[in-house]
Design a protein around this ligand. Structure first.
Ligand code: SAH
Ligand code: MG
Length: 198
């Protein structure tokens, strides 16, 4: 179902260099959502709506709020969401995620926006996470460069990879959360709030 339309989004992403999630990472994300019966999702970084649509398609009770700061990508996402008839279950927000306040609480927060801002996204939106909720982050490995910094040539890229490393350290040393790291797709982390048994 819908696979032709999904492939069209993948093709568009390739053509216009939009960094959508790797298929294996997406499969992991989908399985996680099913396994934990997740219904309310906040995504930081919609791009053209690829992950938001894939998450919403899992189950008709799922609602995704997704934030994108780039005008062109936001409108492309809007178009794609409409093509799937998902406008009631995907709320697209055109904004810089660091400049908005959300009231709702979510079962899952999926962080997939500017890699240099990961700690800021995590800290800002952890207030919007339900007690039993999880925060999943994509691109924790950044094309393998986090593990192999010797491959990095440009200074900007090195700074970015250093920030991802700092984020990993931040997650490891965060005593309110337990984080697991997965070498799937471009590297994924899953952080869950500790409870009294942890
Ligand atoms: N989740 C998408 C891919 C997102 S790519 C998918 O896998 O299909 C990352 C996106 O985050 C980019 O489109 C970029 O414009 C957006 N972004 C980066 N920083 C942001 C911010 N501070 N607020 C909102 N969007 C941001
Ligand atoms: Mg990503």
């Amino acid at each position: 179902m819908n696979s032709k339309e999904i492939k069209q989004i993948e093709k568009y992403a390739e053509e216009y260099n939009i960094p959508i999630m790797e298929r294996s990472g997406l499969r992991f994300l989908i399985e996680y959502i099913k396994k934990h019966n997740i219904k309310n999702i906040l995504e930081i970084g919609s791009a053209i709506g690829y992950t938001a649509i894939n998450m919403a398609l899992i189950d008709k009770d799922i609602h995704v709020t997704t934030i994108e700061r780039d005008n062109e990508r936001y409108f492309e996402a809007l178009k794609n969401v409409k093509a799937f008839g998902l406008e009631k279950r995907i709320t697209l927000v055109l904004a810089d995620a660091l400049n908005i306040e959300l009231e709702n609480k979510f079962d899952l927060i999926f962080i997939d926006a500017a890699k240099g801002q990961y700690i800021n996204f995590f800290e800002k939106f952890s207030d919007n996470l339900k007690e039993e909720g999880s925060i999943i982050t994509d691109n924790i490995s950044f094309h393998g460069l986090v593990e192999r910094p010797e491959l990095i040539e440009s200074k900007n890229l090195k700074q970015l990879v250093d920030k991802i490393k700092k984020y990993i350290e931040f997650l490891k040393s965060n005593d309110k959360y337990i984080t697991k790291f997965y070498k799937i797709g471009d590297g994924i982390s899953v952080s869950r709030k500790k409870d009294k048994d942890d």
